[in-house]
Design a protein around this ligand. Sequence first.
Ligand code: PLP
Ligand code: SF4
Length: 445
Amino acid sequence: MKNYKSYTLRNFEEIPQIKKLSAAEKKAINVVGHVLPFKTNNYVIEELIDWGNIPDDPIFTLTFPREEMLSRSHFSIMEGTLKNNSDKNTITEIANSIRTELNPHPAGQHYNIPTINGIQLHGMQHKYRETVLFFPSQGQTCHAYCTFCFRWPQFVGMNELKFAMKEVELLVEYLKEHREVTDVLFTGGDPMIMKTKILSTYIEPLLDEELWNIQTIRIGTKAIGYWPYRFTDDDDADDLIGLFERIVKAGKNLAIMAHFNHPVELKTETARKAIRRIRATGGQIRTQSPILKHINDAPEVWAEMWRLQVNNNCIPYYMFVARDTGAQEFFSVTLERAWKIFREAYQSVSGVCRTVRGPSMSTTPGKIQVLGIEEINDEKVFVLRFLQGRNPDWVARPFFAKYDESAIWLDELKPAFDKESFFFEKELEEIFNEHVYDDESENFE
Ligand SMILES: *Cc1c(COP(=O)(O)O)cnc(C)c1O
Ligand code: SF4
């Protein structure tokens, strides 16, 4: 039994290994940690980070703030604010203003809020026909925070079973009215932060025969990477495995959508044991990660990661292009580089690893894969296609954008061959005009 111990800004000086850091590195954690999310735990510290390789260690970089993650000016603004012993409200205000500047795509990301009997369901997102995303309110935090992620815990303190039952009632009602939906994807944060008792409150109703349209129950999680004891040693780990078994027995596909950023996360005994236990229930594990500079921007890293996943009976699923990362400059990889890394890694593994798709951008119109760079009629272009589309008819249709060596996202791309717009743009606008929209936080899980 391993007891979970988390560290945040408040107590990180108590981490025994923190002594290995220089004074400047420790200060940077405090300064940057007031802007980017910071939380780590004893498993990450003891079993994943190589403290002989600080600050370059990928998992250190994944969970600990570093000075280079903020621009020089943002860093000095926050540094000054803290030096002046500013009050809590001032610090928060300044942190928020910096965050706003870090998030380059806050507007223009929209989705239709599902409604049932006129009630808007804010904990749900239904963007692609077959799949409903569900954000259980108690699952909106994680066992540790990734420095590249901007999803903060949103529902702290709402730990009431009653609330969960109300939420899931509306979900079930929605799924009965939308028989085209085959998949429910629980996401967060990390739904595996929830106790089994809460999680089963959400899941059991979906196993009812009346919901015959639901074929796959997916759970997006980083827990195998950040706290594998969730599946092995936690006091309700056995109950969790029992819940997974019931999903499979009910004739549903259980798909754990596991978020792994680096091969080291697949090498600990506990992570392997967690995977074995999940797989023994009959559930599948599909894996995904963004491509991130300083963490995994090398083909060997991806090839090793996919091989280890397959060796451990997981199925490589998506490589994402990172966007909306707080520390965008620090982590971002151009589309061209992402494709080259993908291609080189993909070429060096066998077919069983090539279930993976990428590099893929989760954009407003859909998930767009960079298929490659080609020269067509003397024009250098990106070849792209939809893996998921707001209109299912867009999926698997190749299209072209002008080559741009520095582009890191769709909004920087222009249509190739002197076209005025991409083929989907007009229709996308029409879809927008028909529905009610809200801001969208895109999801890696
Ligand atoms: C990725 C994603 C899904 C699931 O897409 P699959 O390609 O089926 O894995 C569903 N909804 C949203 C909003 C997504 O971003
Ligand atoms: S990427 Fe996933 S695990 Fe990491 S902080 Fe964000 S929600 Fe949590």
